[in-house]
Design a protein around this ligand. Structure first.
Ligand SMILES: NC(=O)c1ccc[n+]([C@@H]2O[C@H](COP(=O)([O-])OP(=O)(O)OC[C@H]3O[C@@H](n4cnc5c(N)ncnc54)[C@H](O)[C@@H]3O)[C@@H](O)[C@H]2O)c1
Length: 456
Protein backbone atom coordinates (compact mmCIF):
# COMPACT_ATOMS: atom_id res chain seq x y z
CA UNK A 1 0.00 0.00 0.00
CA UNK A 2 3.07 2.16 0.55
CA UNK A 3 2.00 5.69 -0.29
CA UNK A 4 -1.76 5.57 0.30
CA UNK A 5 -3.66 6.10 -2.92
CA UNK A 6 -0.80 7.90 -4.63
CA UNK A 7 0.04 11.35 -5.84
CA UNK A 8 -2.42 11.51 -8.74
CA UNK A 9 -5.24 10.80 -6.36
CA UNK A 10 -5.29 14.17 -4.64
CA UNK A 11 -6.89 15.56 -7.79
CA UNK A 12 -9.87 13.28 -7.16
CA UNK A 13 -10.92 15.15 -4.03
CA UNK A 14 -12.61 14.39 -0.72
CA UNK A 15 -15.03 11.54 -0.02
CA UNK A 16 -18.35 11.84 1.82
CA UNK A 17 -19.71 8.92 3.82
CA UNK A 18 -23.44 9.40 4.37
CA UNK A 19 -24.81 7.47 7.35
CA UNK A 20 -22.56 7.08 10.39
CA UNK A 21 -23.65 3.62 11.50
CA UNK A 22 -21.75 0.34 11.51
CA UNK A 23 -21.07 0.34 7.77
CA UNK A 24 -20.40 4.08 7.39
CA UNK A 25 -17.81 4.16 10.18
CA UNK A 26 -15.95 1.22 8.67
CA UNK A 27 -15.93 2.72 5.15
CA UNK A 28 -14.75 6.03 6.64
CA UNK A 29 -11.88 4.17 8.33
CA UNK A 30 -10.85 2.53 5.07
CA UNK A 31 -10.92 5.80 3.12
CA UNK A 32 -9.04 7.71 5.82
CA UNK A 33 -6.44 4.94 6.09
CA UNK A 34 -5.61 5.61 2.44
CA UNK A 35 -5.06 9.29 3.06
CA UNK A 36 -8.36 10.51 1.66
CA UNK A 37 -10.12 13.48 3.19
CA UNK A 38 -13.31 12.01 4.65
CA UNK A 39 -16.51 13.76 5.68
CA UNK A 40 -18.73 11.55 7.80
CA UNK A 41 -22.33 12.75 7.65
CA UNK A 42 -25.43 11.71 9.58
CA UNK A 43 -28.79 13.35 10.28
CA UNK A 44 -28.53 12.11 13.84
CA UNK A 45 -25.75 14.14 15.46
CA UNK A 46 -25.62 11.79 18.42
CA UNK A 47 -24.19 9.04 16.14
CA UNK A 48 -21.23 11.09 14.96
CA UNK A 49 -18.85 10.91 17.93
CA UNK A 50 -19.09 7.14 18.23
CA UNK A 51 -18.76 6.70 14.46
CA UNK A 52 -15.66 8.87 14.42
CA UNK A 53 -14.12 6.81 17.21
CA UNK A 54 -14.90 3.60 15.30
CA UNK A 55 -13.41 5.00 12.08
CA UNK A 56 -10.26 6.08 13.91
CA UNK A 57 -10.00 2.66 15.52
CA UNK A 58 -10.29 1.04 12.08
CA UNK A 59 -7.46 3.25 10.75
CA UNK A 60 -5.21 2.41 13.70
CA UNK A 61 -5.99 -1.29 13.28
CA UNK A 62 -5.06 -1.21 9.58
CA UNK A 63 -1.80 0.62 10.27
CA UNK A 64 -0.80 -1.58 13.22
CA UNK A 65 -1.38 -4.72 11.11
CA UNK A 66 0.67 -3.48 8.16
CA UNK A 67 -2.43 -2.98 6.02
CA UNK A 68 -2.12 0.80 5.65
CA UNK A 69 0.75 3.21 5.38
CA UNK A 70 1.29 5.29 8.53
CA UNK A 71 1.91 8.55 6.64
CA UNK A 72 -1.20 8.29 4.47
CA UNK A 73 -3.29 7.25 7.48
CA UNK A 74 -2.03 10.22 9.50
CA UNK A 75 -3.11 12.54 6.67
CA UNK A 76 -6.49 10.82 6.52
CA UNK A 77 -7.01 11.01 10.29
CA UNK A 78 -6.03 14.68 10.38
CA UNK A 79 -8.61 15.59 7.74
CA UNK A 80 -11.48 13.34 8.97
CA UNK A 81 -14.51 15.50 9.74
CA UNK A 82 -18.00 14.72 11.02
CA UNK A 83 -21.03 16.81 10.21
CA UNK A 84 -24.81 16.85 10.19
CA UNK A 85 -24.86 19.66 7.63
CA UNK A 86 -25.35 18.30 4.08
CA UNK A 87 -23.80 21.33 2.42
CA UNK A 88 -20.47 20.96 4.19
CA UNK A 89 -20.64 17.17 3.79
CA UNK A 90 -21.10 17.03 0.03
CA UNK A 91 -19.70 20.27 -1.43
CA UNK A 92 -16.61 19.55 -3.54
CA UNK A 93 -16.50 15.77 -2.98
CA UNK A 94 -15.41 13.31 -5.66
CA UNK A 95 -17.20 10.29 -4.21
CA UNK A 96 -20.21 9.70 -1.97
CA UNK A 97 -20.52 6.37 -0.14
CA UNK A 98 -24.12 6.20 1.03
CA UNK A 99 -24.66 4.00 4.12
CA UNK A 100 -27.92 5.27 5.62
CA UNK A 101 -30.70 3.12 7.01
CA UNK A 102 -31.99 0.46 4.58
CA UNK A 103 -35.09 2.36 3.42
CA UNK A 104 -35.73 3.39 -0.16
CA UNK A 105 -37.05 6.87 0.71
CA UNK A 106 -34.07 7.64 2.98
CA UNK A 107 -31.56 6.49 0.34
CA UNK A 108 -33.19 8.54 -2.40
CA UNK A 109 -33.41 11.59 -0.14
CA UNK A 110 -29.77 11.50 0.89
CA UNK A 111 -28.50 10.86 -2.65
CA UNK A 112 -30.65 13.73 -3.94
CA UNK A 113 -29.09 16.00 -1.31
CA UNK A 114 -25.66 14.75 -2.28
CA UNK A 115 -26.40 15.35 -5.98
CA UNK A 116 -27.50 18.91 -5.17
CA UNK A 117 -24.26 19.86 -3.43
CA UNK A 118 -21.61 17.57 -4.98
CA UNK A 119 -19.91 18.45 -8.28
CA UNK A 120 -21.41 16.88 -11.41
CA UNK A 121 -18.52 14.41 -11.75
CA UNK A 122 -18.92 12.97 -8.22
CA UNK A 123 -19.83 9.28 -8.06
CA UNK A 124 -22.86 8.43 -5.93
CA UNK A 125 -22.48 4.89 -4.55
CA UNK A 126 -25.01 3.15 -2.33
CA UNK A 127 -23.96 0.41 0.11
CA UNK A 128 -27.49 -0.99 0.16
CA UNK A 129 -27.67 -4.74 0.78
CA UNK A 130 -31.19 -5.38 -0.38
CA UNK A 131 -32.71 -2.44 -2.26
CA UNK A 132 -32.60 -2.14 -6.02
CA UNK A 133 -30.15 0.46 -7.35
CA UNK A 134 -32.54 1.01 -10.28
CA UNK A 135 -35.23 2.03 -7.79
CA UNK A 136 -32.84 4.11 -5.65
CA UNK A 137 -31.48 6.18 -8.56
CA UNK A 138 -35.00 7.05 -9.78
CA UNK A 139 -35.55 10.76 -9.11
CA UNK A 140 -31.92 11.44 -8.14
CA UNK A 141 -30.51 14.20 -10.38
CA UNK A 142 -27.85 12.64 -12.66
CA UNK A 143 -28.91 9.00 -12.18
CA UNK A 144 -26.18 7.86 -14.59
CA UNK A 145 -23.57 8.52 -11.89
CA UNK A 146 -25.38 6.41 -9.26
CA UNK A 147 -24.33 2.81 -8.69
CA UNK A 148 -24.45 0.15 -6.02
CA UNK A 149 -21.13 -0.52 -4.28
CA UNK A 150 -21.99 -3.19 -1.76
CA UNK A 151 -19.35 -3.99 0.87
CA UNK A 152 -18.95 -7.12 2.94
CA UNK A 153 -18.81 -6.57 6.66
CA UNK A 154 -16.52 -5.08 7.95
CA UNK A 155 -15.68 -3.04 4.83
CA UNK A 156 -12.31 -1.82 6.14
CA UNK A 157 -11.09 -5.41 6.39
CA UNK A 158 -12.96 -7.47 3.80
CA UNK A 159 -11.84 -6.31 0.36
CA UNK A 160 -14.90 -7.45 -1.58
CA UNK A 161 -17.05 -4.67 -3.03
CA UNK A 162 -19.82 -5.65 -5.41
CA UNK A 163 -20.48 -3.02 -8.08
CA UNK A 164 -23.87 -3.12 -9.77
CA UNK A 165 -25.46 -0.81 -12.31
CA UNK A 166 -29.04 0.38 -12.19
CA UNK A 167 -30.93 0.67 -15.44
CA UNK A 168 -29.72 4.28 -15.76
CA UNK A 169 -26.09 3.88 -14.61
CA UNK A 170 -23.45 4.72 -17.23
CA UNK A 171 -20.60 2.36 -18.10
CA UNK A 172 -18.19 5.23 -17.36
CA UNK A 173 -19.53 5.42 -13.80
CA UNK A 174 -18.80 1.73 -13.25
CA UNK A 175 -15.33 2.03 -14.71
CA UNK A 176 -14.50 5.04 -12.57
CA UNK A 177 -15.88 3.32 -9.47
CA UNK A 178 -13.81 0.23 -10.20
CA UNK A 179 -10.68 2.37 -10.51
CA UNK A 180 -11.53 4.14 -7.26
CA UNK A 181 -11.98 0.94 -5.22
CA UNK A 182 -8.96 -0.78 -6.77
CA UNK A 183 -6.79 2.13 -5.70
CA UNK A 184 -7.95 1.47 -2.13
CA UNK A 185 -6.82 -2.17 -2.31
CA UNK A 186 -10.43 -3.33 -2.63
CA UNK A 187 -11.50 -6.30 -4.73
CA UNK A 188 -14.35 -4.97 -6.89
CA UNK A 189 -16.50 -7.53 -8.68
CA UNK A 190 -18.92 -6.42 -11.36
CA UNK A 191 -22.55 -7.39 -11.69
CA UNK A 192 -23.92 -6.98 -15.17
CA UNK A 193 -27.35 -6.14 -13.86
CA UNK A 194 -29.18 -5.29 -10.69
CA UNK A 195 -29.64 -8.69 -8.91
CA UNK A 196 -31.22 -8.88 -5.42
CA UNK A 197 -28.47 -9.79 -2.94
CA UNK A 198 -25.68 -9.31 -5.49
CA UNK A 199 -23.36 -12.35 -5.64
CA UNK A 200 -21.94 -12.96 -2.18
CA UNK A 201 -25.12 -12.67 -0.14
CA UNK A 202 -27.05 -14.94 -2.50
CA UNK A 203 -24.35 -17.59 -2.12
CA UNK A 204 -24.26 -17.04 1.65
CA UNK A 205 -28.05 -17.35 1.88
CA UNK A 206 -28.03 -20.61 -0.07
CA UNK A 207 -25.29 -22.06 2.14
CA UNK A 208 -26.77 -20.79 5.38
CA UNK A 209 -30.18 -22.36 4.69
CA UNK A 210 -28.54 -25.76 4.48
CA UNK A 211 -26.35 -24.99 7.52
CA UNK A 212 -29.49 -24.21 9.53
CA UNK A 213 -31.21 -27.34 8.25
CA UNK A 214 -28.31 -29.61 9.25
CA UNK A 215 -28.65 -28.32 12.82
CA UNK A 216 -32.47 -28.32 12.91
CA UNK A 217 -32.65 -31.91 11.74
CA UNK A 218 -30.04 -33.01 14.29
CA UNK A 219 -27.47 -34.06 11.69
CA UNK A 220 -24.69 -32.00 13.32
CA UNK A 221 -24.11 -29.36 16.00
CA UNK A 222 -23.84 -25.62 15.34
CA UNK A 223 -20.15 -25.82 16.22
CA UNK A 224 -19.41 -28.69 13.86
CA UNK A 225 -21.28 -27.10 10.97
CA UNK A 226 -19.31 -23.89 11.53
CA UNK A 227 -16.01 -25.79 11.75
CA UNK A 228 -16.85 -27.82 8.65
CA UNK A 229 -17.13 -24.56 6.69
CA UNK A 230 -14.20 -22.67 8.25
CA UNK A 231 -11.66 -25.53 8.29
CA UNK A 232 -12.57 -26.98 4.91
CA UNK A 233 -14.25 -25.16 2.04
CA UNK A 234 -13.89 -21.75 3.72
CA UNK A 235 -10.10 -22.08 3.76
CA UNK A 236 -10.08 -22.90 0.06
CA UNK A 237 -12.63 -20.19 -0.75
CA UNK A 238 -10.26 -17.59 0.69
CA UNK A 239 -8.01 -18.20 -2.29
CA UNK A 240 -10.27 -19.47 -5.09
CA UNK A 241 -13.96 -19.57 -5.85
CA UNK A 242 -16.07 -22.70 -6.32
CA UNK A 243 -15.86 -22.81 -10.11
CA UNK A 244 -12.08 -22.68 -10.19
CA UNK A 245 -11.80 -25.16 -7.33
CA UNK A 246 -14.04 -27.69 -9.07
CA UNK A 247 -12.06 -27.11 -12.25
CA UNK A 248 -8.99 -28.21 -10.28
CA UNK A 249 -10.99 -31.02 -8.70
CA UNK A 250 -11.59 -32.49 -12.16
CA UNK A 251 -7.87 -33.24 -12.62
CA UNK A 252 -6.62 -33.07 -16.21
CA UNK A 253 -10.23 -33.04 -17.45
CA UNK A 254 -10.93 -29.77 -15.60
CA UNK A 255 -14.54 -28.80 -14.99
CA UNK A 256 -15.82 -31.26 -17.61
CA UNK A 257 -13.99 -34.07 -15.87
CA UNK A 258 -15.41 -32.96 -12.54
CA UNK A 259 -18.98 -32.89 -13.84
CA UNK A 260 -18.50 -36.22 -15.60
CA UNK A 261 -17.34 -37.90 -12.38
CA UNK A 262 -19.44 -36.12 -9.79
CA UNK A 263 -22.57 -34.59 -11.34
CA UNK A 264 -24.72 -37.62 -10.37
CA UNK A 265 -23.46 -37.57 -6.79
CA UNK A 266 -24.10 -33.84 -6.46
CA UNK A 267 -27.56 -34.19 -8.00
CA UNK A 268 -28.38 -36.76 -5.32
CA UNK A 269 -27.37 -34.24 -2.65
CA UNK A 270 -29.28 -31.42 -4.32
CA UNK A 271 -32.47 -33.48 -4.19
CA UNK A 272 -31.94 -33.89 -0.43
CA UNK A 273 -31.20 -30.22 0.39
CA UNK A 274 -33.58 -27.88 2.20
CA UNK A 275 -35.80 -25.83 -0.10
CA UNK A 276 -37.78 -23.68 2.36
CA UNK A 277 -38.04 -19.96 1.70
CA UNK A 278 -39.33 -18.87 5.12
CA UNK A 279 -37.16 -19.48 8.16
CA UNK A 280 -38.74 -22.25 10.28
CA UNK A 281 -40.16 -20.99 13.58
CA UNK A 282 -37.60 -22.89 15.69
CA UNK A 283 -34.53 -21.46 13.89
CA UNK A 284 -33.52 -18.83 16.47
CA UNK A 285 -33.95 -21.22 19.43
CA UNK A 286 -32.05 -24.05 17.81
CA UNK A 287 -29.15 -21.82 16.70
CA UNK A 288 -28.95 -19.92 19.98
CA UNK A 289 -28.65 -23.13 21.97
CA UNK A 290 -25.80 -24.30 19.74
CA UNK A 291 -24.10 -20.91 19.79
CA UNK A 292 -24.04 -20.83 23.59
CA UNK A 293 -22.03 -24.03 23.40
CA UNK A 294 -19.81 -22.82 20.54
CA UNK A 295 -18.96 -19.41 21.99
CA UNK A 296 -18.24 -20.82 25.47
CA UNK A 297 -18.80 -17.49 27.24
CA UNK A 298 -16.88 -15.27 24.80
CA UNK A 299 -18.63 -11.94 24.19
CA UNK A 300 -19.57 -10.64 20.74
CA UNK A 301 -16.81 -7.98 21.05
CA UNK A 302 -14.22 -10.66 21.86
CA UNK A 303 -15.35 -12.80 18.94
CA UNK A 304 -15.31 -9.82 16.56
CA UNK A 305 -11.77 -8.96 17.70
CA UNK A 306 -10.67 -12.53 17.04
CA UNK A 307 -12.32 -12.47 13.60
CA UNK A 308 -10.62 -9.16 12.71
CA UNK A 309 -7.18 -10.34 13.87
CA UNK A 310 -7.51 -13.50 11.78
CA UNK A 311 -8.73 -11.57 8.73
CA UNK A 312 -5.83 -9.12 9.07
CA UNK A 313 -3.34 -12.00 9.25
CA UNK A 314 -4.74 -13.55 6.08
CA UNK A 315 -4.70 -10.20 4.27
CA UNK A 316 -1.18 -9.38 5.41
CA UNK A 317 0.00 -12.73 4.08
CA UNK A 318 -1.27 -11.60 0.67
CA UNK A 319 -2.52 -15.03 -0.37
CA UNK A 320 -6.06 -14.10 -1.36
CA UNK A 321 -5.43 -13.38 -5.02
CA UNK A 322 -4.89 -16.69 -6.76
CA UNK A 323 -7.82 -16.53 -9.13
CA UNK A 324 -5.72 -15.46 -12.10
CA UNK A 325 -7.82 -12.33 -12.40
CA UNK A 326 -6.06 -9.14 -13.43
CA UNK A 327 -6.01 -6.42 -10.78
CA UNK A 328 -4.21 -3.48 -9.42
CA UNK A 329 -0.65 -3.97 -8.29
CA UNK A 330 0.56 -0.66 -6.86
CA UNK A 331 -1.00 0.02 -3.51
CA UNK A 332 -3.19 -3.06 -3.46
CA UNK A 333 -4.28 -5.07 -0.46
CA UNK A 334 -1.65 -3.72 1.89
CA UNK A 335 1.11 -5.61 0.10
CA UNK A 336 4.39 -3.85 -0.39
CA UNK A 337 5.48 -6.55 -2.83
CA UNK A 338 4.77 -7.01 -6.52
CA UNK A 339 1.77 -9.15 -7.38
CA UNK A 340 2.49 -11.59 -10.17
CA UNK A 341 -0.41 -12.68 -12.35
CA UNK A 342 0.57 -16.18 -13.41
CA UNK A 343 0.34 -16.54 -17.15
CA UNK A 344 -1.32 -13.14 -17.35
CA UNK A 345 -4.74 -14.75 -17.42
CA UNK A 346 -7.01 -11.73 -17.41
CA UNK A 347 -10.48 -11.78 -18.92
CA UNK A 348 -10.68 -11.79 -22.70
CA UNK A 349 -13.12 -9.24 -24.09
CA UNK A 350 -14.22 -9.34 -27.71
CA UNK A 351 -13.76 -5.75 -28.88
CA UNK A 352 -14.45 -6.23 -32.60
CA UNK A 353 -15.21 -9.15 -34.87
CA UNK A 354 -12.21 -11.52 -34.64
CA UNK A 355 -10.42 -9.25 -32.13
CA UNK A 356 -10.13 -9.94 -28.41
CA UNK A 357 -8.41 -7.90 -25.72
CA UNK A 358 -7.08 -9.47 -22.52
CA UNK A 359 -5.97 -7.37 -19.58
CA UNK A 360 -2.70 -8.83 -18.33
CA UNK A 361 -1.92 -6.41 -15.51
CA UNK A 362 -3.59 -3.37 -14.10
CA UNK A 363 -2.24 -0.47 -12.08
CA UNK A 364 -3.23 3.09 -11.35
CA UNK A 365 -0.67 4.38 -13.80
CA UNK A 366 -0.87 1.80 -16.55
CA UNK A 367 -2.72 -1.08 -18.07
CA UNK A 368 -0.97 -3.92 -19.92
CA UNK A 369 -3.17 -5.64 -22.48
CA UNK A 370 -2.81 -8.28 -25.16
CA UNK A 371 -4.69 -8.11 -28.44
CA UNK A 372 -5.39 -11.29 -30.41
CA UNK A 373 -6.51 -10.66 -33.98
CA UNK A 374 -7.75 -13.45 -36.21
CA UNK A 375 -6.70 -13.53 -39.89
CA UNK A 376 -8.48 -10.78 -41.80
CA UNK A 377 -9.72 -9.00 -38.64
CA UNK A 378 -9.83 -5.23 -38.24
CA UNK A 379 -10.20 -2.76 -35.37
CA UNK A 380 -12.44 0.12 -36.53
CA UNK A 381 -11.31 3.74 -36.20
CA UNK A 382 -11.69 5.03 -32.64
CA UNK A 383 -10.04 7.41 -30.17
CA UNK A 384 -9.61 7.40 -26.39
CA UNK A 385 -8.07 9.58 -23.71
CA UNK A 386 -4.93 7.51 -23.09
CA UNK A 387 -1.61 6.95 -24.81
CA UNK A 388 -0.83 3.54 -26.21
CA UNK A 389 2.61 2.01 -26.62
CA UNK A 390 2.52 -1.25 -28.53
CA UNK A 391 4.73 -4.17 -29.55
CA UNK A 392 3.89 -6.70 -32.23
CA UNK A 393 4.67 -10.18 -30.95
CA UNK A 394 3.73 -12.12 -34.08
CA UNK A 395 1.80 -11.90 -37.35
CA UNK A 396 1.30 -8.75 -39.37
CA UNK A 397 -0.39 -5.49 -38.49
CA UNK A 398 -1.24 -2.28 -40.30
CA UNK A 399 -1.98 0.76 -38.16
CA UNK A 400 -4.56 3.00 -39.77
CA UNK A 401 -4.69 6.72 -39.02
CA UNK A 402 -6.55 9.67 -40.55
CA UNK A 403 -3.41 10.75 -42.41
CA UNK A 404 -2.03 7.41 -43.54
CA UNK A 405 -1.22 3.76 -42.81
CA UNK A 406 1.85 2.22 -41.14
CA UNK A 407 2.91 -1.40 -41.55
CA UNK A 408 4.33 -3.11 -38.47
CA UNK A 409 6.43 -6.30 -38.40
CA UNK A 410 7.04 -8.65 -35.45
CA UNK A 411 9.49 -7.00 -33.06
CA UNK A 412 8.42 -3.47 -34.08
CA UNK A 413 6.97 -1.03 -31.51
CA UNK A 414 4.72 1.98 -31.89
CA UNK A 415 3.39 4.82 -29.81
CA UNK A 416 0.04 6.54 -30.31
CA UNK A 417 -0.75 9.92 -28.74
CA UNK A 418 -3.93 10.14 -26.65
CA UNK A 419 -7.14 11.10 -28.47
CA UNK A 420 -5.65 10.29 -31.91
CA UNK A 421 -8.23 8.56 -34.09
CA UNK A 422 -6.82 5.21 -35.18
CA UNK A 423 -7.64 1.67 -36.19
CA UNK A 424 -5.77 -1.47 -37.30
CA UNK A 425 -6.09 -4.50 -39.53
CA UNK A 426 -4.25 -7.73 -40.16
CA UNK A 427 -4.01 -10.16 -43.04
CA UNK A 428 -2.55 -13.30 -41.46
CA UNK A 429 -3.58 -12.59 -37.85
CA UNK A 430 -1.61 -10.88 -35.08
CA UNK A 431 -0.70 -10.96 -31.41
CA UNK A 432 0.27 -7.59 -29.95
CA UNK A 433 0.79 -6.22 -26.45
CA UNK A 434 0.07 -2.63 -25.52
CA UNK A 435 0.54 -0.42 -22.49
CA UNK A 436 -2.20 2.16 -21.94
CA UNK A 437 -1.20 5.24 -19.95
CA UNK A 438 -3.84 7.74 -18.82
CA UNK A 439 -3.60 11.37 -19.82
CA UNK A 440 -3.49 13.83 -16.93
CA UNK A 441 -6.78 13.90 -15.06
CA UNK A 442 -8.24 10.97 -16.99
CA UNK A 443 -9.09 7.43 -15.93
CA UNK A 444 -7.95 4.25 -17.54
CA UNK A 445 -10.76 2.15 -18.99
CA UNK A 446 -9.72 -1.07 -17.24
CA UNK A 447 -11.26 -4.41 -18.03
CA UNK A 448 -14.77 -3.25 -18.99
CA UNK A 449 -17.38 -4.22 -16.42
CA UNK A 450 -20.06 -4.19 -19.07
CA UNK A 451 -18.61 -4.95 -22.45
CA UNK A 452 -21.00 -3.83 -25.20
CA UNK A 453 -21.04 -7.38 -26.52
CA UNK A 454 -21.82 -8.85 -23.12
CA UNK A 455 -18.42 -10.50 -22.82
CA UNK A 456 -16.11 -9.78 -19.93
N1 LIG B 1 -24.38 -4.03 8.57
C1 LIG B 1 -23.86 -4.74 7.58
O1 LIG B 1 -23.30 -5.82 7.76
C2 LIG B 1 -23.95 -4.22 6.16
C3 LIG B 1 -23.16 -4.82 5.16
C4 LIG B 1 -23.24 -4.32 3.85
C5 LIG B 1 -24.10 -3.27 3.55
N2 LIG B 1 -24.86 -2.70 4.55
C6 LIG B 1 -25.76 -1.59 4.18
O2 LIG B 1 -25.28 -0.40 4.77
C7 LIG B 1 -26.37 0.46 5.07
C8 LIG B 1 -26.29 0.89 6.54
O3 LIG B 1 -26.35 -0.25 7.36
P1 LIG B 1 -25.82 -0.21 8.86
O4 LIG B 1 -25.85 -1.60 9.36
O5 LIG B 1 -24.55 0.55 8.90
O6 LIG B 1 -26.99 0.65 9.56
P2 LIG B 1 -26.96 1.49 10.94
O7 LIG B 1 -28.34 1.43 11.47
O8 LIG B 1 -25.82 1.04 11.80
O9 LIG B 1 -26.64 2.99 10.45
C9 LIG B 1 -27.52 3.74 9.66
C10 LIG B 1 -27.23 5.23 9.92
O10 LIG B 1 -27.94 6.01 8.95
C11 LIG B 1 -28.36 7.20 9.61
N3 LIG B 1 -29.42 7.80 8.80
C12 LIG B 1 -30.71 7.41 8.67
N4 LIG B 1 -31.36 8.22 7.78
C13 LIG B 1 -30.44 9.12 7.34
C14 LIG B 1 -30.49 10.20 6.42
N5 LIG B 1 -31.60 10.49 5.75
N6 LIG B 1 -29.37 10.92 6.20
C15 LIG B 1 -28.22 10.63 6.86
N7 LIG B 1 -28.12 9.62 7.77
C16 LIG B 1 -29.21 8.88 8.00
C17 LIG B 1 -28.77 6.74 10.98
O11 LIG B 1 -28.80 7.83 11.90
C18 LIG B 1 -27.68 5.72 11.29
O12 LIG B 1 -26.58 6.34 11.96
C19 LIG B 1 -27.64 -0.31 4.73
O13 LIG B 1 -28.10 0.06 3.47
C20 LIG B 1 -27.16 -1.76 4.73
O14 LIG B 1 -27.94 -2.57 3.86
C21 LIG B 1 -24.80 -3.15 5.84
Amino acid sequence: MGEGVGAGWEAVGPVAVAGAGLTGASWAGLFAAHGLEVRLYDVDESRLAEARARAEEAVRFLVSHGLADGGAAARGLASLRTTSDPESAFTGVAHVQECVVEELAAKRAVLTLAADYAPAHALLATSSSGLSISAIQEGVPGPERCLAAHPYNPPHLVPLVELAPGTRTSVETLERARTFYLALGEEPVMLRRDVPGYIANRLSAALWREAVELVRTGAASVRDVDRAVAAGPGLRWAVMGPHLLYHLGGGPGGIRGHLHHLARVKEGMLRDLATWTTFPADTANVLETGLVEETAGRSIEELARGRDEALAAILAAGVTDLTGDSRDTPGSGGRDVPVVVRGGQGRAVVVASGVSRTTLAWGQRGLLVRFDLEAGAAIPMHAHPHEQTGYLVSGDLTLVGETGEWTVAPGDSWSLPGRLAHGARTTSGAVAVEVFTPLRGEYLPGPPPLAPDGGE
